[in-house]
Design a protein around this ligand. Structure first.
Ligand SMILES: [Fe+2]
Ligand SMILES: [Fe+2]
Length: 200
């Protein structure tokens, strides 16, 4: 297993410049969130640097890799194959970059959609991906950034809510995984206490 620095050097060759800067942003933001909420800093940085390691492939390539590696492909992923860069990325993280930690692999696997019952590290990577400093400014981003350092469940809910709103506005319903709404409701429930405190 290479050092964080060696991995960064490798990823720099694989990803385009913008994606590489995003990758470093996610890694640093994941480290900052771990400082705020506790956890293993090195795992957060590792998951951050590798989370988009398969983002450099086209939809057709991602589908071909998923088939080759016998990864499960959902109907939504068939329609919007870029979603597969999480699953394919986790495969590469394990087999190409030597990651053995299941929590790190799951953080990469589920970073695009999130899922119910995420571990702290999974939430941190999901959130860091959305809020890192080089992200294009979009409505609601400042709120997500502030929530991220207060309550990971609330930040996860806010991000899922914004993502659904965006996909609906852009009329890209085919890119909406039915699980996203279920996942959003799950984190809404978990963050209800914090929401009540904020609004009172
Ligand atoms: Fe991604
Ligand atoms: Fe990303």
């Amino acid at each position: 297993m290479q050092s964080q620095w060696e991995l960064e050097e490798q990823l720099k060759k694989v990803l385009n410049e913008k994606r590489f800067r995003h990758t470093l942003g996610v890694s640093d933001t994941a480290a900052a969130l771990t400082m705020a909420h506790g956890g293993d800093l090195q795992k957060a940085r590792l998951a951050g640097v590798l989370h988009d390691c398969a983002k450099c492939y086209s939809d057709a390539e991602l589908l071909a890799y998923a088939q080759k590696f016998q990864l499960p492909i959902t109907e939504v992923e068939e329609q919007a194959a870029y979603l597969l860069h999480g699953k394919v990325g986790a495969y590469f993280a394990e087999h190409l970059y030597g990651v053995t930690d299941e929590d790190v692999l799951n953080s990469i696997r589920f970073h695009t959609t999130g899922r119910v019952n995420m571990t702290q590290l999974e939430k941190i990577i999901f959130i860091a991906d959305y809020i890192e400093p080089t992200r294009r400014e979009i409505p609601g981003l400042d709120q997500c950034r502030a929530y991220a350092f207060q309550d990971l469940n609330l930040a996860t809910y806010e991000i899922l809510k914004n993502t659904l709103q965006y996909l609906e506005q852009e009329q890209k319903p085919s890119a909406i995984d039915p699980n996203t709404r279920i996942t959003m409701e799950y984190y809404k429930e978990l963050s209800q206490n914090t929401m009540d405190k904020i609004s009172s």
